[in-house]
Every structure is written in C-alpha cells, then in structure tokens.
Write a protein that binds this ligand. Structure first.
Ligand code: SAH
Ligand code: SF4
Length: 377
C-alpha cells in the first residue's frame, strides 16, 4: 500500500513483507525485525525514534516509507475497564474497535470493513451497506492504537491484549488478504505475539473462503449461525441462499479438522425474541450440530431503533441455554459490558444503539466540516 507520495505504510506489513521491502530499497532483510519491534512493541510512528537504525537509513526510510494507523476520532474508557475507539479510515468512514477485560483476559474486537454488504436482517452494520475494505494497516492499526493506550510493550506475560476477535464491523472473509496479513502480524513475535488459538475470525458463512483460509492460516474460527434451518437462516442471513447450512457447516468442519487436536468451532447465535429462541429451534440446533466439534456462544440481541427485533427475556435465554447444555454442548451467554461508554454489544459488536446515534452525530460533524471548508475556500 503506497500513499499519494508513493511511500509505503510499514504498519500493515508482515515480517516477510517488511523483509521484501528492505530488500527492494537495497537494504539488509534483518532490518525488518528491528523496525517491526519499534512499530508494534513500542508503538513508534516515526523513524527518528529508532535509535538502533543509523541516520542514513532513517533518512532513506523517510523517503520511501511512513507509519500511520487510522485517525482516532474518539477514545472512551468505561468504569468496568472496557475501552472503545472510533477511528476514521481512508474512505472517510468510521469503524469501531472495542477492548473488553474479563476474567484475566483482554479481548480486542476489531473491524475489517467499513459497513458490510451482507445485510443480515438484525445487524446495524448490515443496514449501512458496504462502504470499503480496510487496508491491512487500518486493521492492525486498531490493535496498534489499543496496545499503545496501555503504554506497555507486549511482553509474553502481563499483556493487556490477550485475545483478538474479528467481530467488529464487516465480513472478514470478504477482505481476505488484508485480514490474513493483519492476523499474521497479531501472531508474529515481533508483532503482538498472540497465540493462534486466541485470534478468532468470525464469518457469516462465506464457505469457499473458509477453505481458502485453511490453506493459509490456523486461527480460531467462529461461525455466525443464528438459525438452525435453511428457511429461517435465509431470512436472517441472506448469504445462506448462496451457501446453505450443509455447505457452510461442512466447510467449517473441514477447517477445524485440519487444525487438529482439541480445536473447535465457535458457533455464534444471536437470540431474537420469538424468531429463533423457541424450544423447537434449540432442538433443531442440537440435531444440526451433533457432529460438529463446537462451543456455542449465545448473543442476546442488542436492540437498535427500527430494527424490528427484540431481545428475549432472561428466562427465554436461560431456557434456550439449558436445552443445549443438557444435550451436552458447551454453551455461554455473552454479557453486556461497557454500558457507560456505549461499548456494550453482544459483547463484541460495538453498540449498535450507539452506532445509530453516532451516525447522526457524524453527519452533524461532517456538515460542520463542509461548512468550514466552504467558508475557508
Ligand atoms: N461479519 C462477521 C463478523 C462481525 S459481526 C459475522 O457476521 O460473523 C459479529 C457478531 O455479532 C456476529 O455473530 C453477528 O451476527 C452479531 N451481531 C450483529 N448484530 C447484532 C446485534 N444487533 N445484536 C447481537 N449480535 C449481533
Ligand atoms: Fe455483515 Fe456480520 Fe453484520 Fe451480517 S452480521 S451484516 S456479515 S457484519
């Protein structure tokens, strides 16, 4: 990725890509490790700070490269430790990143696209439509920004960010190369050193890309199921018409089998009152997932204006969970966190309420920016 001046943003390059970059400017490949450490471990965004890089090379780097994450629009910290960033990407749109500390873990929820083309009926990102793919620098940039906010070097122990989930805005498998590169940087020692079991890609079911993913990586996989039969899933997740349940579950099962020992699929299921939360749905789900090595994560629906859906009662959620549990499944329910900063969501989606309010706020901000530009021109 080069900018208008033809410079490369080093933030989005994996170790191998950075080595190639150094070679392309006539430098030694080992420089990649040094520079990566400065960027990701120390959060540095200028070459001057790289004290183990000689002056001549620093000047050369300035001519050919730069280091920049997405622009931070807002950063909020909740009383319960949840943090949320709204960042602006190159297209001018904003996406969200959420950090949730829980039970000794720190999970960062990262966005892969601005908007989403897949239009799941209960998702506010889907309602916005597709805007743009994030670059690798914009995806890893969210981790970079969050990590810097803790002011720590990502040592192997005592790290603030222990898990990353690609569960923010967008469908990660439809921005494949950039998502794979950034997940690689998350896992590389000179990046963030996060284990492959703790980097999770969540998909609504782009079956052929799940197979492709299995060829290039071994991160954890989550499938957004949301319905236990094709008729209902066609309505909730329109992509199901292209890749029905049998096709996507086969692809996920192949992916998990390839990972080998003790790995499992996370099945996400957003509970919608009166739609997919009935005992018959739990029964169908038990039959459907019988042979799939999985853990189930129930996400009570996060309402947003004009969604047309409601969150089920706590009793209905409990009843659904109990049925799956009694059938032998490992089932968790995502708790809402960070209410005071509107980071609450099905734990990790970014608060859809806030997203709707936010868009109004952004329209106002943009109008103001336009007016300012008009005045100054
Ligand atoms: N596009 C990917 C990843 C982002 S969405 C996917 O669909 O898997 C992350 C999760 O949040 C998905 O399971 C999604 O279905 C769920 N989700 C979306 N909107 C929601 C809402 N309003 N309430 C609860 N969960 C929601
Ligand atoms: Fe896109 Fe995921 Fe939302 Fe569906 S749930 S519209 S795939 S972001």
């Amino acid at each position: 990725m080069t900018n208008a001046a033809g410079k490369v943003n080093l933030l989005g390059l994996t170790k191998a890509q950075l080595e190639n970059f150094f070679e392309s400017i006539g430098e030694k490949r080992f420089r990649a490790g040094q520079v990566m450490k400065w960027i990701h471990h120390f959060g540095v965004d200028n070459f001057e700070a790289m004290t183990n890089v000689g002056k001549a090379l620093r000047e050369k780097l300035n001519q050919h490269a730069y280091i920049a994450g997405p622009e931070i629009v807002t950063q909020s910290i909740s009383e319960d430790g949840t943090r949320k960033w709204v960042v602006r990407v190159a297209s001018g749109s904003c996406v969200e990143t959420v950090y949730i500390p829980q039970n000794g873990r720190g999970t960062l929820c990262v966005s892969s696209q601005a908007g989403c083309a897949l239009d799941c009926s209960f998702c506010s990102t889907g309602k916005q439509g597709f805007d743009s793919d994030l670059t690798a620098a914009e995806i890893i940039g969210q981790v970079w920004i969050a990590n810097k906010s803790f002011g720590t070097v990502p040592a192997k122990t005592d790290r603030a960010i222990t898990n990353v989930v690609m569960m923010g805005m967008g469908e990660p498998l439809l921005n494949f190369d950039n998502v794979v590169s950034s997940m690689n940087i998350m896992m590389e020692d000179l990046g963030y050193g996060i284990s492959k079991r703790k980097v999770t890609l969540s998909t609504s079911g782009v079956a052929p890309m799940v197979d492709k993913l299995g060829e290039v990586t071994d991160v954890a996989l989550a499938l957004s199921l949301h319905a236990p039969n094709d008729e209902l899933r066609n309505k909730l997740v329109p992509l199901n018409k292209k890749y029905p349940l049998s096709v996507i579950l086969d692809a996920c099962t192949r992916y998990i089998a390839k990972l080998g020992d003790k790995r499992y699929l996370t099945v996400e299921y957003t509970l919608l009152k009166g739609i997919n939360d009935q005992p018959e749905h739990a029964e169908q789900m038990i039959a459907l997932l019988q042979d799939v090595p999985c853990k189930i994560n129930l996400i009570p629906f996060n309402p947003f204006p004009h969604s047309g859906y409601e969150r089920p009662s706590n009793n209905a959620i409990r009843r659904f969970q109990d049925m799956l549990h009694e059938a032998g499944f490992n089932v968790t329910v995502r708790m809402t966190r960070g209410d005071d900063i509107d980071a609450a969501c099905g734990q990790l989606v970014g608060n859809v309420n806030d997203r709707t309010r936010r868009s109004e706020r952004y329209i106002a901000v943009r109008q103001l920016e336009d007016e300012k530009r008009e005045l100054s021109s």
